[in-house]
Design a binder for this molecule. Structure first.
Ligand code: GAR
Length: 206
């Protein structure tokens, strides 16, 4: 099946290892996509360095006065930048803010997120620590479409990992991240190949 070449806008706040996994999948010919622009709400986020190394347009997005959401003037600027770069899909890659309805309306069913837990368990911050403290025996990651809730959107794929007796938050997060780096490119590949469809809030993979 001929795949659509996704034109990705990436939003992040941190290290950018998930964005790197997407770049690696593109380089390996496993994903037909191009990262058109990278935006970070943290001025010195490493994700911006990763973009600069690849000559991908990138910039800091000042989200003041809000601390936990992308709203108001910053959101409008974000939408404008994504549009200026011709993005058709928005990838939240470690973006630690809640996105609001205007961004979702600008890219309908085209905003994706990766969450470091098996949703609907452990939404919000530090999903791996929540799983560990709860005593879960299985943890993992979820790639999902974003809706107006917090980590509530339709699930595309999930990868599970075991929780080991001697895990710390760091070791568990590292094990989950290994799976994140497979799951995000895989979900994007399914999207680019037109293999995702909705029935209600369930996402079917053809
Ligand atoms: C990832 O583990 C991602 O799942 C998580 O932040 C990390 C970012 O890593 N995202 C969230 O917690 C979102 N609520 P990265 O910057 O190396 O991709």
């Amino acid at each position: 099946m001929a795949a659509e070449v996704l034109r990705l806008g990436v939003l992040g706040s941190g290290a950018g290892s998930n964005m790197q996994s997407i770049l690696d999948a593109i380089d390996a010919g496993m994903l037909r996509a191009e990262i058109k622009v990278v935006l970070a709400d943290v001025k010195d986020a490493k994700i911006l360095d990763r973009a600069r190394v690849r000559n991908i347009p990138c910039q800091w997005l000042d989200c003041a006065p809000y601390k936990t959401k992308l709203d108001g003037e910053a959101e409008q600027r974000c939408i404008q930048i994504l549009r200026e770069h011709g993005c058709d899909t928005v990838v939240l890659a470690g973006f630690m803010r809640i996105v609001k309805p205007p961004l979702l309306a600008a890219f309908p069913n085209r905003v994706l997120n990766i969450h470091p837990a098996l949703l609907p368990s452990f939404p919000g911050l530090h999903g791996w620590t929540q799983a560990l403290e709860y005593g879960a025996k299985v943890a993992g990651c979820t790639v999902h479409f974003v809706d107006a809730g917090t980590d509530t959107g339709p699930i595309i794929i999930q990868h599970a990992v075991p929780v080991l007796d001697d895990d710390t938050p760091e070791t568990l997060h590292a094990r989950i991240q290994v799976e994140e780096h497979k799951a995000y490119p895989e979900a994007l590949r399914l999207l680019s190949e037109g293999r995702l469809s909705f029935r209600g809030r369930r996402v079917y993979i053809q």
